[in-house]
Design a protein around this ligand. Sequence first.
Ligand SMILES: [Zn+2]
Length: 240
Amino acid sequence: MDLSQVTSDDAKKTTSNIVVFPVGSTEQHGPHAPLSTDLLLAKSVAEEGISQFKGEVIFAPPLPFGISEEHRNFPGTLWLSTQTFRNCMTDVLNSFIHNGWNKIIIVNGHGGNIDSLNEVCADITRNAIKPAFATTFTWFNYSNDLPMGHAGEVETSMLLYLFPNMVNSNMISRVNADSGDIWGPLEQGAKMKYDVDEFTKNGVIGNPSLASRDFGEKLLKESGKSLAKLIEIVSKLEVS
Ligand SMILES: [Zn+2]
């Protein structure tokens, strides 16, 4: 049941207590990919996972903002402070629980959200207004082997498969000269740079010219399968 498409009476009748809630960001994704990349991909993986799961779930409207201040020097980037993001997530999750939907899976599309989402999910699971369980599925972490980067091969492949009209293909071949290789330099394991423009000129980490539609299809199907498995596992949890 897609909450954005039904009436309150419909929502009352659902027999499911599992919510799937996509969370993205609005932030630069290089000169070739849209600001909405993380939102579009989180939503698409959530839809794919739901379609592969044999049972009903509640699909919540996606949150388009995340913890993206590190991209602030690239125009168009919008963000919530860490504190506001955590409060926002806690309020939305508590409203699911008030409705009686006490098994919550956040489908996340943005690396910068991960730490806060894990903390919010732990806090909700321990201290919510009624017994509940919450967890975060960051779609590109379904495998440890992806050359993730930022607006690189992985995200660009997904976009080429799902939203080809939103990719500026002419820019892809010109991207590499100004791209970075790693996400922020460390000294003795300690972070030394906080803003993305300090380690990549064009906002890209990785190599989007390696992207393909076929790889995008594989990524969507595999991450969707992984999410469907997680929904199955969460559906069987005893929450009390
Ligand atoms: Zn992204």
